[in-house]
Design a protein around this ligand. Structure first.
Ligand code: ZN
Ligand code: ZN
Length: 408
């Protein structure tokens, strides 16, 4: 038996005058699945703990975030296509714009996204080619928009250092500081990298050309989210199942690569509201032919939650609902379908909260319950009651006959 897991990012919400976007949306297909399956609510990490999307996905896939999550940097680096190794330190990077005189740390950040630059591959290549730092290797990986990821590899590297990104315009680039004496070497080489890369970027013909046309130079790399990579067992080693990930966002692709899954790329999977939902669903169903476990991730409802847009979130959930029609037609004697959100992103809060998320599991033989609607207000009455994210894979493995017996 195979598994298709649909994770809708931030789909769950809190009550606004007794309603949530999911509860007020017309969701014929999700409701059909809820009626057919077993339902419940889930604390992705633990009751009262507000999850990030990265820690949430790790827990849902049965990887204890307390053990495997060492910051966003390593996951973003995997997402940017860098092969991260244990001991590496990795950062999330923004291409930004600095102006002023002196060295990079005397200059002021005027834009943290370099005018939302897109086509920066040539700059990434120039930094990788032209910057040399004694005693350490580095890899700068390109990601979408103004984003990138950076990995340092070498002896005695430490992630006990601060960010260089001031996270505000009008402030100077921050010199990276060591948080303990063992991190002093790392802080020194990272600062050196920030200076050298600024010199290369600031004088690069691509940026000179941008400046000539009145555009902002992408002349600084702003570093944050540092983490030291640890060994993470692959999904296949752990569960004996070959995994495919269908996602648009770098973060979720990064989780997939971290677990050595096949990340199925398509430029129409944007990780935003303009994504091609029908194509994603079709790709997920097709991937069941070649893979044992397919993770289908849809991002946009989280964005509407962060924007505080109730109607937008509701309408997008309805779009998802009509796009997933093919999932209702799966052969549930061969496929176990799991539908859930990774966390709650209430429009009233505009950020993630710890409220549990609804989930449904559909497969042949599952003890279906009386829940007939996929919604925060109905799911808790289901047969799964209230579980944690780390329980989900065990429950799924048991349903598909792959769980090991504990005892005789
Ligand atoms: Zn999320
Ligand atoms: Zn979010």
């Amino acid at each position: 038996m195979k598994v298709l897991m649909l994770i809708v990012d931030g789909m769950a919400d809190r009550s606004v005058s007794g309603k949530t976007p999911l509860d007020s949306a017309k969701t014929t297909n999700l409701d059909f699945l809820a009626e057919k399956g077993i339902n419940g609510i889930m604390d992705t990490i633990a009751p009262g703990i507000r999850p990030g999307s990265d820690t949430a996905h790790l827990a849902i896939l049965g990887y204890d975030p307390l053990k495997y999550y060492t910051g966003r940097g390593p996951i973003e680096a995997c997402g940017a296509g860098i092969e991260v190794k244990p001991g590496d330190i990795a950062f999330r990077v923004n291409f930004g714009t600095v102006e002023g005189k002196g060295c990079v740390f005397d200059k002021v950040v005027v834009d943290r996204r370099a005018g939302r630059i897109q086509d920066k591959q040539v700059l990434v290549e120039a930094v990788n080619r032209e910057v040399r730092i004694d005693g350490v290797e580095f890899i700068l990986g390109n990601a979408s928009g103004h984003r990138a990821a950076l990995v340092f590899r070498g002896e005695n590297l430490s992630d006990r250092i601060t960010d260089s990104d001031p996270k505000k315009v009008g402030e100077k680039v921050k010199r990276v500081k060591a948080l303990d004496s063992e991190a002093e070497f790392t802080a020194k080489i990272v600062n050196e990298f920030i200076e050298r890369s600024h010199e290369v970027l600031d004088s690069h013909p691509f940026n000179e050309e941008r400046a000539k046309h009145g555009m902002l130079k992408a002349n600084v790399l702003l570093l944050r989210g540092v983490g030291k990579a640890v060994h993470v067992p692959s999904f296949e080693d752990r569960y004996g199942m070959k995994m495919a990930v269908i996602a648009g966002t770098t973060l979720i692709k990064g989780i997939g690569r971290l677990l050595k899954a096949d990340v199925i790329e398509n430029e129409r999977f944007t990780g935003s509201r303009d994504t091609d939902l029908e194509l994603k669903v079709k790709t997920a169903v097709e991937s069941l032919e070649t893979h044992d476990f397919v993770l289908l991730h849809i991002k946009a409802p989280d964005e509407f939650g962060h924007d505080g847009d109730f109607e937008g979130k509701k309408e997008f959930i309805e779009k998802i609902d009509s796009a997933i029609k093919p999932l209702t037609e799966l052969d549930f004697s061969k496929v176990c379908l799991v539908v859930l959100a990774d966390h709650t992103t209430p429009v009233s809060v505009k950020d993630h909260t710890a409220d549990p998320v609804p989930l449904t599991i559909v497969c042949e033989g599952v003890r279906s319950d009386e829940v007939e609607k996929f919604s925060e207000f109905h799911a808790y009455r289901g047969g799964l009651c209230r579980i944690r994210g780390m329980d989900l894979m065990n429950i799924v493995l048991d349903l598909i006959g792959k769980a090991k017996k504990y005892g005789a």
